[in-house]
Design a protein around this ligand. Structure first.
Ligand SMILES: NC(=O)c1ccc[n+]([C@@H]2O[C@H](COP(=O)([O-])OP(=O)(O)OC[C@H]3O[C@@H](n4cnc5c(N)ncnc54)[C@H](OP(=O)(O)O)[C@@H]3O)[C@@H](O)[C@H]2O)c1
Length: 388
């Protein structure tokens, strides 16, 4: 079997560490050539010692020199010392490394856009966790992937589920897709109760253990909204063919309905290693360490309609998906800014949706013809959302 050579962007995060867990389980299948992380030098140092990448990138120059000292020749006990690079250029260098077969894009937020785009431009297939890059630049990303004849494998569990349900079927027979959502920790709260929820409560996701930003996005349902836009690009579907259902058990990861009335679902216990493993090893399936699903123990699977009045973010994302142009980039940037404010305890939970909506209302939609147009819309939204 040919060893697949990987570059892992966001190696110290929730997705990155789970991907490296799979690499450790399958040394005969995967080799790590490059790593990109932000500021977690302790974990990155461990990863370098274990996986021996050739190039490693961190957020800034100061961290790059600190890391350089830590992983000097003597510290690595004779193993090759990696080249240490930094910043956006460093991340792009790792994404475009010679010899890489697949890039796992798992940096959080818009910071993942340029390295992901760079990987596709250099003709690398991408396993995509960084949904934000497709939300803000879906047309550019999918068209460069088509031009270069490379694949975008979904890592999000919902999109992986849809991808798995599409394999072996005729695309022309697809009627709609149904994305499931856990509903997050506040699914049962009334509008009045939502006024008082705290950051600590928002960070306690009932089923998934994820990074802070996506955990808050799950509580507001913005995560599902971003996933609707992501799905529209990945599967070339208009938003009216994408439904969302709240499924608190997170066992059915998503569903596909065909024109004959047949609905296919992909199920499993909530553990991202299943979706990451499929994206890394497609079309093969690998052992992931994921627990067996015991439906007898679970007993009951339930599905509910999302409430757009209590969870405005999902509705805003659907509106933005229909409008297109610069609107999704503005939605994403505004969300990143206001979620950061919420994480810093500067605003309340309900103000997240309010401030995103205010930013959207101030924006005049324009077409996104280039990466510069995307970055301009992103920067505009960040400036507006910051001053609200
Ligand atoms: N976690 C999940 O279960 C899950 C599921 C589906 C999709 N996703 C998507 O996957 C992506 C990653 O999510 P996550 O939960 O893994 O996030 P996370 O745990 O917060 O990890 C984010 C990673 O990105 C790195 N990073 C942040 N800013 C960076 C920058 N400017 N330059 C380079 N690296 C940077 C972080 O480095 P440091 O920690 O070293 O600073 C870390 O490695 C997100 O787009 C999310 O929506 C996640």
């Amino acid at each position: 079997m040919k060893i697949k050579k990987l570059a892992i962007l966001g190696s110290t995060g929730s997705i990155g560490t789970q991907a490296l867990d799979l690499v450790s389980r399958h040394p005969d299948r995967f080799e790590v050539l490059g790593l990109v992380a932000g500021r977690n030098l302790d974990l990155l140092e461990e990863q370098i010692k274990k996986f021996h990448p050739r190039v490693v990138s961190v957020s800034d120059e100061k961290d790059a020199s600190a890391l350089q000292k830590r992983v000097g020749a003597s510290a690595l006990g004779g193993s090759p010392v990696p080249e240490i690079v930094w910043g956006q250029n460093g991340a792009c260098q790792v994404a475009a490394m010679e010899g890489v077969d697949l890039v796992l894009s798992a940096i959080v937020g818009a910071a993942g856009l340029l390295p992901t785009y760079e990987a596709l431009k250099k003709g690398r297939s991408v396993a995509l966790a960084n949904k934000e890059s497709l939300v803000i630049a879906g047309e550019l990303m999918t068209s460069v992937a088509r031009q270069k004849k490379v694949s975008l494998f979904p890592v999000d569990s919902e999109h992986s589920a849809i991808f798995q349900c599409l394999v072996g079927n005729n695309r022309a027979d697809l009627k709609r897709i149904i994305l499931t959502a856990s509903g997050g920790p506040f699914f049962k709260k009334t509008a009045e109760e939502l006024k008082k929820v705290t950051l600590e409560e928002a960070l306690k996701h009932p089923n998934w253990n994820m990074g802070a930003k996506i955990t808050v996005d799950s509580a507001t349902l913005m995560n599902k909204g971003l996933e609707v836009i992501e799905a529209s690009w990945l599967f070339d579907l208009t938003p009216d063919r994408i439904d969302v259902q709240i499924h608190p058990q997170s066992i059915v990861h998503s569903m596909v309905e065909y024109k004959d009335g047949s609905v296919m679902a992909q199920m499993g216990v909530p553990d991202m290693r299943c979706a990451i493993g499929y994206a890394l090893s497609y079309p093969d399936r690998i052992e992931t360490g994921v627990k067996s699903l015991d439906l007898l123990e679970i007993g009951n699977l339930s599905f509910h309609k999302p409430d757009p009045t209590r969870f405005r973010c999902l509705d805003l994302a659907f509106q933005v998906a229909r409008t297109g142009g610069s609107m999704p980039a503005v939605l994403n940037a505004a969300n990143e800014v206001v979620v950061e404010k919420f994480l810093n305890k500067e605003i309340s939970f309900l103000e997240i949706a309010e401030q995103i909506e205010k930013t959207l209302l101030k924006h005049t939609v324009s077409p996104l013809k280039s990466l510069d147009d995307v970055l301009e819309a992103d920067q505009w939204a960040r400036r507006v959302a910051t001053t609200l």
